[in-house]
Design a binder for this molecule. Structure first.
Ligand code: ZN
Length: 190
């Protein structure tokens, strides 16, 4: 066997032994890390929160912190305010877009006239496909956004159309809940 080959083989043996030792060392380090992992974890989460709130002298999320709190932080990069648009009747309108699909949320600053802050999201008008108004349904969290886009909220009783008013308020011949409507009528007419 050529001498160079023997030297190479020896070197490989030494290298692999060292690798193995480092591996053991790494394992020992990982093992000791287990004892104090919660504190650094919380420290990172705390720093991220302070940054989001602008408490670290940065800009923070600003008016997007409510978006992040309501819909999760993953929504924030998709969120665009629509300044100057009048889609939300004077409230701030926005758009959540990914690819060709989008939703139109609005920030309500006086929910139910109580001064509460919350979001609505635009859905198709349940009364009229050709409706010239805009129908809104409350969006409390990211699940509401999913259901709104998915069509699950298309006949939600929380929908209010700017032209037709609340869903199910006056359409007593609604096919979806004939039993309830009939019982109500019977109660009224004795
Ligand atoms: Zn309508």
């Amino acid at each position: 066997m050529p001498e160079a080959t023997i030297i190479k083989q020896r070197q490989d043996m030494v290298d692999s032994h060292q690798t193995f030792s480092l591996g053991k060392e790494g394992f020992a380090t990982a093992f000791s890390d287990r004892f104090d992992r919660l504190l650094p974890f919380l420290e990172r989460r705390s720093a991220a929160r302070q940054a989001d709130l602008g408490l670290d002298d940065g800009d923070g999320l600003g008016d997007l912190s409510l978006v992040a709190r309501t819909f999760s932080k993953e929504i924030v990069p998709l969120w665009r305010w629509k300044p100057g648009s009048n889609i939300a009747g004077g409230d701030r309108g926005a758009e959540i877009r990914l690819g060709q699909q989008y939703l139109t949320p609005a920030l309500r600053t006086d929910v139910d006239g109580e001064g509460d802050v919350g979001f609505d999201v635009a859905v198709p008008c349940p009364h009229d496909d050709e409706c010239t108004g805009r129908a809104w349904v409350p969006a409390y969290n990211v699940t509401c956004l999913f259901r709104a886009l998915n069509g699950d909220l298309d006949d939600d009783e929380g929908i209010v159309c700017t032209v037709h008013g609340p869903n199910h308020a006056d359409d007593q011949d609604d096919e979806d809940t004939p039993g309830i409507e009939e019982r109500d009528l019977e109660a009224v007419h004795g």
